[in-house]
Design a protein around this ligand. Structure first.
Ligand SMILES: [Zn+2]
Length: 273
């Protein structure tokens, strides 16, 4: 079984994840999952990092250098490699994901719900554009896709951590509360995903600093968690030496059993069985 779920927790920094994602930390402690600290790529902004995480190449190569570059990806991505290999893809995600891999600019009248393969690289998608779209609904949008169409690669992309981070900063009770709430939603879903035979990768695009910003180089803006549930990887804690965010795309390719693109880095930092 190579089916893989990818959860991208927008703006979930490494420290907050470690402090508040108790269920995931429990699974790592019990050697039922692996955990890494990821040194994020730059700029630590959303749209550039969506493209970096999903293509495995840095901003100066893929050209999505800021949030204002609104166009389709011109790189090999997880979605395009899945399509080349005959695998199906799904996403419950922010509209910028649709803009990178299905159609740009996003048309809310036509692109919100995508259930007919062939209109882009994402076969089945439900996309939102309000930053405060409720996480619990986002996950159930994804569950509708996953249970109805059983895509080989399924992405879930909630936004509320980013919203509270911008409003209150990463040291706030509100940001911590949103990370904690995300933990409850994930703890409710992961057992069922594992039972259905999915591998699971949970990470983030970038972190957040105490001023409510992310775009720069500090640890709080860059460092993000990586949790992996897969029979292919060694379980346990591997956080001591941060790994590059460029590992994310080739890691997903490896779990899916599809070839990495020639531009992706070699997977030397992840411990496989
Ligand atoms: Zn943000």
């Amino acid at each position: 079984m190579s089916k893989t779920i990818f959860v991208l927790l927008d703006a979930c920094g490494y420290e907050a994840a470690t402090e508040y994602l108790g269920y995931l930390e429990h699974m790592v402690d019990c050697e039922l999952a692996a955990k890494y600290k990821v040194r994020g790529e730059l700029p630590s902004m959303s749209r550039p990092m969506y493209e970096t995480v999903l293509t495995g190449v840095p901003s100066h190569v893929h050209g999505i250098t800021c949030n204002e570059v609104i166009r389709l990806s011109n790189q090999k991505s997880i979605f395009s490699i899945c399509k080349d290999a005959g695998l199906s893809t799904g996403a419950a995600a922010y509209s910028w994901i649709s803009e990178l891999y299905n159609r740009a600019p996003f048309n809310k009248y036509e692109d919100r719900i995508q259930l007919t393969p062939g209109k882009g690289l994402i076969d089945y998608g439900v996309f939102y554009w309000d930053d405060d779209y409720v996480d619990s609904h986002l996950f159930m949008d994804g569950e509708f896709i996953r249970k109805t169409y059983q895509p080989d690669f399924m992405m879930y992309h909630p936004m509320s951590i980013d919203v509270s981070g911008h409003a209150f900063g990463s040291d706030s009770r509100e940001y911590a509360g949103n990370v904690a709430s995300m933990g409850y939603l994930i703890a409710d879903l992961v057992p069922g995903w594992l039972e259905d035979g999915y591998q699971i990768v949970i990470s983030a695009d970038h972190g957040m600093d105490n001023k409510g910003l992310h775009c720069g180089i500090t640890d709080s803006q860059r460092n993000v968690p990586l949790y992996i549930f897969s029979p292919l990887v060694e379980n346990g804690h591997f956080e001591e030496t941060p790994v590059s965010q460029l590992n994310m795309a080739p890691l997903l390719c490896h779990l899916l059993g599809i070839p990495a693109s020639k531009d992706m880095i070699e997977l030397k930092e992840i411990h496989f069985k």
